[in-house]
Design a protein around this ligand. Structure first.
Ligand code: TMP
Length: 238
């Protein structure tokens, strides 16, 4: 399937229309943003690494019976996906305290949560992605109560699948963000899963292996992404 006109340009990916009205080509770019797009830099090979990382994770999730938009990888940086009607809400699952939760509630970084925390944020850079509740989602009409329940259940299932997968690779899945959409009336996981949208700590040393290396200017961002991929057994195309 060939990419045609640009439909949407996000901060790290671009979506192109195809001849099939139900399919898009996603291109993963090297652009890396932090703080709601306040900082944007190009990191060499990030697009290719995240595209292949995402393909691996989406297939693993799909194999466990969760519907995702992922269809196939087309090239190093492009994937074919279902065209979803996106819900403008970010679903975050937290197994440990980090990031905005630490700032918001003053808890110690690393504090474990069992059961895991589930939070919702409005996807709106201008408003700095404010935290919202399921009541806001329903009242503003972003999703129905039933759709919220499906996103909640799918997010927790993804957490179970991926926490185990990363644990087997010696990594702690601290937290992550998912975005869902509708495809012919069904809730389907969209967007991407990569070290851009999750936190991963080395289980032995606690070293950060995700986009916090970029946000916190720790250096070695792409080396960390490559290391995580290698530990999962992902082999990259050139
Ligand atoms: P937070 O600690 O900044 O709220 O983020 C929680 C997790 O969700 C973290 O792994 C980063 C991810 N995330 C994004 O990737 N994009 C976003 O816009 C938000 C709010 C979170």
């Amino acid at each position: 399937m060939k990419a045609k006109e640009l439909l949407y340009q996000g901060k790290a990916k671009s979506a192109y229309l195809t001849d099939d009205p139900d399919r898009l080509v996603l291109t993963f770019r090297d652009d890396t943003s932090a703080f709601d797009g306040e900082i944007i830099e190009q990191l060499d090979e990030k697009g290719a690494i995240n595209n292949q990382f995402n393909a691996f994770i989406m297939q693993a999730i799909e194999n466990e019976g969760i519907a995702t938009h992922f269809e196939s990888r087309l090239s190093a940086t492009e994937s074919l996906v279902k065209r979803l009607d996106m819900i403008p809400v970010e679903c975050v699952v937290r197994n440990r305290a980090a990031g905005s939760l630490v700032r918001r509630l003053g808890v110690e970084e690393g504090r474990p949560f069992d059961p895991p925390l589930f939070e919702l944020f409005l996807k709106n850079d201008a408003l700095h992605d404010p935290m919202i509740s399921e009541h806001h989602v329903e009242a503003f009409g972003w999703a129905t109560r039933d759709e919220i329940a499906q996103m909640h259940a799918a997010s927790l299932q993804v957490n179970t699948i991926l926490s185990r997968m990363f644990a087997d690779a010696g990594l702690i899945l601290v937290d992550f963000k998912l975005e869902f959409g509708r495809f012919h009336g069904h809730i389907v996981l969209g967007d991407e899963f990569s070290p851009d949208g999750c936190r991963l700590w080395d289980a032995k040393t606690g070293e950060k292996k995700d986009k916090d290396r970029f946000r916190q200017k720790l250096g070695g961002v792409m080396d960390a992404y490559r290391e995580v991929a290698a530990r999962l057994g992902i082999v990259f195309d050139a």
